[in-house]
Design a protein around this ligand. Structure first.
Ligand SMILES: Cc1cc2nc3c(=O)[nH]c(=O)nc-3n(C[C@H](O)[C@H](O)[C@H](O)COP(=O)(O)OP(=O)(O)OC[C@H]3O[C@@H](n4cnc5c(N)ncnc54)[C@H](O)[C@@H]3O)c2cc1C
Length: 448
């Protein structure tokens, strides 16, 4: 045996698994990461954006959400109460490694009042506490984590796990892209969303039961920060949920960035939109996503293909990301450069092409998004202004959900799966917790 444990992926799940094993003194442990080392990553390069030390969140603005309702499904596996404690524990580690002390939100009297106002507007406010690391601090925290892990864990970047090897119902090792076969007792697979197709293929080869997850499709909304100021002053990130009148679909706000900027993202052959904010550098705008979930069963059961199709349609029509004033959308006309020049919301994403999102979204989606904007307008007047900007499309893919035990073990003995790649998490903090859980299961087994 070359290593006791091989960890696949250096995102939050893999890093927290490695840190847990390192702190417990278990060795030898190998962590393989297909992407580059943190210092060599370039946020504008397609592959570096999601891959490399730090994973998909390395260039994010690092919002740690302390609510068990948000960021994944670990609550279904370990229970909501236990998850709450684990989230607080992982959050504490981020603070120890340099995340700012300040916590936003939680169920304060102002939040109670906001929740009441939301109810009157047919919206549900999901209360949660958020820690905002900030884009610039994320890299510092990740660097410190690397230093701590590398003291006792072998880290190999630019090294891809090609195949997970199993025999007689137990994991035996990992075949790497350099041709080496590493024998080990345990594998913790944490390949993230970019490694989800690979994980799905490994699940097929190993016969691991899994199921498709829904895809979330929508727009990034940008408006003057003053429109949401009262809300973002109370809670940095507010999660509102709305059920559409026409289709009873769930629409939710996601990833709110007060004083932030809208960014374009390359996702393979797709160009999609996202948003972020810095802890110190401020713009005049706030942005957030409005997303609608779509799940499919029969005869079509490939939500990822559906999401890609919509994103590619936007790219086909707009040669990239499309931006439209809400006023133009409602008036049944496209936005143009001239119309955009008269928009009181100054776009922070310059590369977006003025166009018409009604050619991109199915009626069901478009109606749901517009209905929600009008509901939000009741608690944040100005949201449904004709000057509100809509960028499309924003799409969130979730990995196939692998069937796991409460210890995050797959049906192959000693093969654990963690993080977004296993389809059980959707955010930094739950991904980190999942890595801790898998590592603890390994430690427990080793101590028996
Ligand atoms: C732009 C952006 C902003 C975000 N902002 C936030 C936020 O503010 N708050 C929040 O909670 N969440 C945020 N998220 C989501 C968050 O980043 C993810 O939920 C989290 O990173 C998942 O962690 P993970 O470890 O499961 O996977 P990842 O972070 O995706 O890491 C997986 C790693 O595994 C590597 N890998 C994959 N396959 C292999 C293989 N075969 N061999 C070796 N290595 C492999 C990948 O290269 C990658 O580095 C954001 C995501 C993005 C893209």
């Amino acid at each position: 045996m070359d290593y006791k444990v091989v960890i696949i992926g250096a995102g939050p799940a893999g890093i927290f698994a490695a840190l847990t094993l390192a702190q417990a003194g278990l060795s030898p442990v190998l962590l393989v990461e297909q992407g580059k080392d943190l210092k060599d990553r370039n946020r504008h390069a397609a592959n570096d954006m999601l891959c490399g030390w730090g994973g998909a969140g390395a260039f994010s603005d690092g919002k740690l959400t302390l609510s068990p309702e948000v960021g994944g499904f670990l609550g279904d596996i370990v229970g909501t109460g236990a998850l709450k404690d684990l989230l607080a524990e992982a959050d504490g580690i981020y603070v120890r490694f340099g995340a700012p002390d300040r916590l936003y939100g939680g169920m304060t009297p102002e939040m109670e009042e906001l929740a009441d106002r939301a109810r009157l507007a047919d919206l549900e406010l999901i209360p949660m506490a958020i820690r905002h690391i900030g884009t610039e601090n994320c890299l510092i925290v990740l660097d410190r984590l690397k230093e701590a892990v590398s003291r006792s864990v072998d880290i190999r970047t630019n090294c891809r796990a090609v195949k997970i090897l199993a025999d007689e119902g137990a994991v035996r090792g990992v075949e790497l892209s350099d041709g080496r076969v590493v024998r080990c007792r345990y594998v913790i697979a944490a390949p993230g969303r970019c490694g989800a197709p690979w994980m799905k293929e490994q699940a097929r080869l190993l016969g691991l039961p899994s199921q498709a997850s829904p895809v979330d499709i929508g727009v990034r909304v940008e408006l003057p920060a003053v429109v949401f100021k009262e809300i973002t002053d109370i809670t940095y990130e507010s999660k509102f949920v709305y059920y559409t009148k026409t289709f009873d679909d769930k629409v939710r706000t996601f990833c709110m960035n007060p004083y932030g900027e809208v960014v374009q993202e390359r996702n393979g052959s797709m160009i999609t939109v996202n948003g972020h904010s810095y802890a110190s550098k401020k713009t005049a705008n706030t942005n957030f996503a409005l997303l609608l979930s779509s799940a499919f069963t029969e005869p079509f059961d490939d939500p990822i293909a559906y999401g890609r199709y919509i994103a590619h349609l936007a790219n086909l029509l707009g040669k990239g990301v499309i931006v439209q004033r809400l006023g133009d959308l409602m008036a049944g006309r496209r936005s143009t450069r001239e119309r955009l020049a008269r928009c009181l919301t100054r776009p922070t994403l310059q590369e977006a092409i003025p166009g018409d999102l009604s050619y991109v979204f199915p009626y069901r989606h478009l109606l749901g998004l517009v209905e929600m904007l009008h509901a939000l307008d009741k608690i944040a007047p100005g949201t449904a202004s004709r000057h509100t900007l809509l960028y499309g499309v924003e799409v969130k893919f979730y990995s196939h959900r692998i069937q796991l035990s409460p210890e995050l073990e797959t049906s192959v003995r000693n093969l654990f799966a963690a993080g977004d790649g296993a389809g059980i998490t959707r955010g930094l903090l739950q991904a980190s917790v999942s890595g801790m859980l898998a590592a603890r299961a390994v430690l427990k087994r080793e101590s028996q």
